[in-house]
Design a protein around this ligand. Sequence first.
Ligand SMILES: C=C(O[C@@H]1C=C(C(=O)O)C=C[C@H]1O)C(=O)O
Length: 407
Amino acid sequence: MITLRQKESAVQLQIRAEEFHDAPENLLNLAPRPGNLLCWVGDKRQIVGWGEALRLEFSGRHAIREASSAWKEIADSAVGGVPIALASFAFGSHSTSYLVVPRVAIVRDNQGTRILTCAVDEEPPSPQHEVNVSREPVTAPAGLWTAPGRMTQSQWEDAVRRLIALLKSGAAAKVVLTRDMVISSATPIDERFLAQRLHDLYPTTWVYSVAGLVGATPEMLAAKRGDTVTSRVLAGTSEPGNGAELLGSLKDRSEHHFAVESVARALSPLSDSLEVPQEPTILDLPNVTHLATDVTASIPNASVLDVIHALHPTAAVCGTPTTLAYNILETIEGTQRGRYSGPVGWVDGTGDGEFGIALRCGQLTDDRKSIRVFAGGGIMPDSVPAVELAETRAKMRPVLEALQLED
Ligand SMILES: C=C(O[C@@H]1C=C(C(=O)O)C=C[C@H]1O)C(=O)O
């Protein structure tokens, strides 16, 4: 595996691509061992990869922009096929972002299932051989326990109270506040198990695993195919089944409006045309119900990485106005979000790809014996701290349920 840090992209990717005849229904089962699963599993497209042919690391405020130009250079000089990478970007400028080209990737879309193998400056491995290697059995973790993260639940409620007071004094209109908790395990957590459970329990989400960040997001930051970009904005949350109440709630409608506005404002300068529905719809998930708006744009001459660079961070995960909200959340929340609430997804050599927002997820430690789970919610001047706390608990539920833990 070759790791490159910012601005070094003079490598040549070599690719082998073959049809995968008789591919199994479940591609996640193919990953041979825990520790290096790379995946993006949605209903229309599934990418399951393992091993790293190339890893690019970025940090600082321009991580996404730098990744975009590095990837373009690498993709343009690739030989043997169109490469694919999975990537996960930090929410803020303090943490590291990753773009990884899997050594082996199985890609399923409406054109069928393919095996891609990839290497830098050498012949890639045989695709057929790689899918027939022996596999370690997938294991459920045993002996799990939980502990608070940076704040206990009641400390977090206090932080929400302080934030509400600030918002009432006019410091910002909306700030998204995050909470974390830590799940520890006596045995290493197999991320193939976690990803499979998330997919089974939350089949309408996109399940991802990149460099130890594993989750199931319902929020599409940007999907780009040719010139067409779609973005699914979520903000405004209630218990499952309470869609009608959400549609009638002024607080949730304003919170949602801020998020849609931030996406429309970011896409507008790049777009030939932009469609923003007037009214939100309802997205029902097993753990929560959200207000949702699907924005569509026509954006020529840009890769999906350029589009997410323009979009991140949206008001759905940061707040309004962006810079004020960002500064406030850094002080009050104090949680190192890492790559939680940053863009996560895939990009191919043509610049097409899909990036969700890394929500409903946890970050595994290197030894996989613990996972830090994150969830947040948009706080408005009229928010109720106990309701916001319950919302974060519901948003943490996917990872807890997947690990067979109670809240
Ligand atoms: C911040 C999270 O979710 C975001 C915040 C929402 C809200 O405040 O209503 C809804 C969906 C997401 O955009 C999370 O899941 O951790």
